[in-house]
Ligand binder design. Structure first.
Ligand SMILES: Nc1nc2c(ncn2[C@@H]2O[C@H](COP(=O)(O)OP(=O)(O)O)[C@@H](O)[C@H]2O)c(=O)[nH]1
Ligand SMILES: [Mg+2]
Length: 472
C-alpha cells in the first residue's frame, strides 16, 4: 500500500453508492474549508470558512466548465442543490476541519460533487482513513476505532451494544487499568534491584500478590471472549440432512420468508444458500445445503460436495431428520460426518405418522440436543430455537451490558499478556533475577498496549483499517 501523508485533505462518498434519498461527500484535512469556499455558493453570500462550527447551510455546488467546443471561455454550472455542514478542528470526527456535503442521492450528483472536490485539491480517502485519523490524532484509541467498524457491521442488538460499549472506551479503560498495574510492579521490581536480601523477601511478597490480581483480571476478560467473538463475528450454522427432510422449509421458517425453493421432489436444493438471522441476539449465518445422498446427477453431486465443505467449517450443525421415515444409511452417514461437531438434532414432520425411533437417537446424542418439531404446523419452534442458542452459548449468556471481549486480536494479546504475567509470578516465586522479571513485565505492558494502539506497527494499522469501507 502506498503511504499517504496525514497532512493531505481527503475526500470520499460516505454513503453507499446507488439510488438513495441523499448522498454525502465528506472532506477532512487542512484544505477542507478552502475547497468548500471554492465550490459552494450559499444563499447569503457567506463562505464556508466563515461559518460557525457545527452549523448547516443551504446552497449550491457550482463548478466551472468550458463553454462549447473550441471556446476557452468558462461558465459556472450548478452541479447540485445541497446542505453543507462545517465541523472545525479540533472538535470533529477526525480532529481536523471536516466538511460534509449532503447532495441529492443517486450516482450522478454525488459523483460530480466528489470529482469537483478532487479537482480542487483533495485526494481520495483510503478505506477507514477518516477513523484512522481520529486514532492518529488521538481522539480515540485503537480498540475504539475497531469498534466503529463493529458498529457498522453489527447484525443484532447485542452485537451493537457490545460494540457501543467498546466505542465508549469501556475496554480501553479496563486495559489501561491493567497496564498501569503492570507498570506499577515494574517500577517496584526495578527499585528492588539494589535491596538487601531480607528486604527483598517482603517487597516481593507484595509484588506476587499484585501479579496474581493482574492474572485474575486477564483471565476473566479472556473468559468473556468466547461469547464476545460470537457477537462480533456470528456463528456459522449449517442445516444438513438427507433430501426431503425439510431443510429448506426450516431455513425459510427461520428467515421468516420464502428464500429457498421447497418441493416434495428430493434434490430440489442444488446449491448452498447463506443468510444471516438474528436468533435471540446471536447473529447466525444460516446455511441451507443440498441434501446429502447418493446420486448420479452431476449438479446435485456438486451441491453435495459443497454441503460437505460447508459442514467442515460449521460452528454448529443442524441435522434435520424426517420423523415419518426410519433412520436409514443416508442418515447414518451424515450422523457420522457431524460426530465431532456442536449440533442440534431436529426431528421434523412430527405431524405425520411416526416411523422414526427417537429412543434410539437418545442413545447416540445428548437428550437435550434432540428436538421434535413440525415446520409445517409450526410446532415446538421456540423449543428448537432455545436448543440452538444453548448450543452456541454452552450455558447462559453474559449480560450484554457487561464488558465482553469481542475481537480475536484482543483475545490473542490478552492471552500473551497472561502468559507473560504467569512467567513473572513464577520468576518472583523462584527468586529469579530482577532483570529477567523486568523483561516479562515489559512484554506484558507491550502486549496490552497493542490492544489500545500504543506502539502498534503500520502493518497492523493497515490490516485493521483496510477492512473498513471507504468514507468511514
Ligand atoms: N408434513 C410435513 N411436511 C413437511 C414438513 N416440513 C417440510 N415438509 C415437506 O417436505 C417436503 C420437502 O421439504 P424441503 O424443505 O424441500 O426439504 P429439503 O429437501 O430437506 O430441503 C416439502 O414438500 C415440504 O412441504 C413438516 O413439518 N411436515
Ligand atoms: Mg432443500
Amino acid at each position: 500500500m502506498t503511504r499517504h501523508s496525514i497532512e493531505d485533505t481527503i475526500a470520499a462518498v460516505s454513503t453507499s453508492i446507488g439510488e438513495g434519498a441523499i448522498g454525502i461527500v465528506r472532506l477532512s484535512g487542512p484544505k477542507s474549508l478552502g475547497i468548500a469556499d471554492k465550490i459552494f455558493a450559499s444563499q447569503d453570500g457567506k463562505k464556508p470558512s466563515e461559518f460557525e462550527t457545527y452549523t448547516t447551510h443551504y446552497g449550491h455546488i457550482v463548478g466551472s466548465r468550458v463553454k462549447g467546443v473550441g471556446c476557452r471561455e468558462k461558465v459556472n454550472k450548478i452541479v447540485d442543490e445541497v446542505i453543507l455542514t462545517v465541523m472545525k478542528a479540533p472538535r470533529s470526527y477526525t480532529k481536523e476541519d471536516v466538511v460534509e456535503i449532503n447532495c441529492h442521492g443517486g450516482i450522478e450528483a454525488v459523483k460530480e460533487v466528489f470529482d469537483l472536490v478532487i479537482l480542487h485539491g483533495a485526494r481520495t480517502a483510503e478505506p477507514g482513513e477518516f477513523t484512522k485519523r481520529a486514532f492518529l490524532n488521538g481522539r480515540i484509541d485503537l480498540s475504539q476505532a475497531e469498534a466503529v467498524l463493529d458498529m457498522i457491521r453489527a447484525k443484532t442488538e447485542s452485537s451493537m451494544k457490545a460494540a457501543m460499549n467498546q466505542l465508549e472506551g469501556e475496554l480501553s479503560e479496563k486495559i489501561n487499568g491493567i497496564r498501569d498495574m503492570c507498570l506499577d510492579i515494574a517500577s517496584q521490581v526495578e527499585a528492588s534491584i539494589d535491596f538487601p536480601e531480607e528486604e527483598l523477601d517482603i517487597a516481593w511478597q507484595g509484588v506476587i500478590k499484585k501479579a496474581e490480581n493482574i492474572a485474575a483480571d486477564l483471565r476473566s476478560l479472556i473468559e468473556t471472549s468466547d461469547e464476545g467473538i460470537v457477537l462480533r463475528e456470528g456463528v456459522l450454522a449449517v442445516i444438513c440432512g438427507k433430501p426431503n427432510s425439510g431443510k429448506s422449509s426450516l431455513m425459510n421458517l427461520l428467515l421468516k420468508r420464502d428464500r429457498v425453493i421447497v418441493t416434495p421432489i428430493p434434490g430440489t436444493t442444488r446449491d448452498a444458500v447463506e443468510e444471516t438471522i438474528n436468533l435471540k441476539g446471536i447473529p447466525i449465518r444460516l446455511v441451507d445445503t443440498a441434501g446429502i445422498a447418493d446420486t448420479k446427477d452431476a449438479i446435485e453431486r456438486e451441491g453435495i460436495r459443497r454441503s460437505k465443505r460447508y459442514l467442515g467449517f460449521a460452528d454448529i450443525a443442524l441435522l434435520v431428520l424426517d420423523a415419518s421415515t426410519k433412520i436409514d444409511d443416508e442418515d447414518r452417514g451424515i450422523i457420522d460426518m457431524i460426530k465431532d461437531k456442536n449440533k442440534v438434532i431436529i426431528v421434523n414432520k412430527t405431524d405425520l405418522p411416526r416411523k422414526i425411533d427417537v429412543n434410539a437417537l437418545k442413545g447416540i446424542f445428548k437428550e437435550d440436543s434432540i428436538v421434535e418439531i413440525s415446520v409445517k404446523k409450526k410446532r415446538h419452534i421456540e423449543h428448537m430455537e432455545e436448543a440452538i442458542t444453548k448450543t452456541v452459548w454452552k450455558g447462559d449468556m453474559h449480560k450484554a451490558e457487561s464488558l465482553v471481549v469481542t475481537n480475536a486480536r484482543h483475545k490473542a494479546l490478552l492471552q500473551k499478556a497472561l502468559r507473560n504475567i504467569m512467567s513473572v509470578r513464577k520468576s518472583l516465586k523462584g527468586r529469579t533475577s530482577a532483570e529477567l522479571i523486568s523483561i516479562d513485565l515489559k512484554e506484558a505492558i507491550f502486549n496490552l498496549g497493542l490492544i489500545v494502539g500504543k506502539s502498534v506497527s503500520e502493518d497492523i494499522l493497515d490490516r485493521i483499517f483496510g477492512e473498513f469501507c471507504i468514507g468511514k
